[in-house]
Design a protein around this ligand. Sequence first.
Ligand code: ZN
Length: 136
Amino acid sequence: MLVITIESNKRTHFIDITDRIQKQITGAGITSGFCIVFVPHTTAAVTINENADPDVPRDMDSLLDGLIPWEGGYRHVEGNSAAHMKASLVGASELVIIEKGRLVLGTWQSIFFCEFDGPRTRKVYVQIVSNPDRQS
Ligand code: ZN
C-alpha cells in the first residue's frame, strides 16, 4: 500500500490528486490492473469529477453546504457533524482501471481528494493491483 500525504488549506477543499497517483503507478511499473484510492478519515472523502472548470468543485461545495449546513443543531459534540455527513455522502474510496501504465479516466475526469473539515494534514491510501497476465 502506498500513502500520499495531502495538505488542505481551508475547511472545504477539493484537491486534484490524479498526477500524484499516476506517479505512484509509473514508479511501480504497473502496466495493467487497477488501483483503489482510499481515504482513511471520517471528515474527508474522494470523488471523480471534472477537472477543467474549477466552478464544478465550487458548485459541488455550494450544493453540499446547502444540503448539510455547518450549523444544524447536530448532536455530535466535536462540532463537525456536517463534515462527517458530507464524507459519507461522497464516499471513502474510488476504483480506477490502469491500462498501458496509465489511469483510465475520461478526458475531463480527475480524482479529487475532498476535505470537509480542514485545514488539516491528511493521508490517502493507494493499493495498486496488477494484472499478472498483462504486464510487459
Ligand atoms: Zn467529529
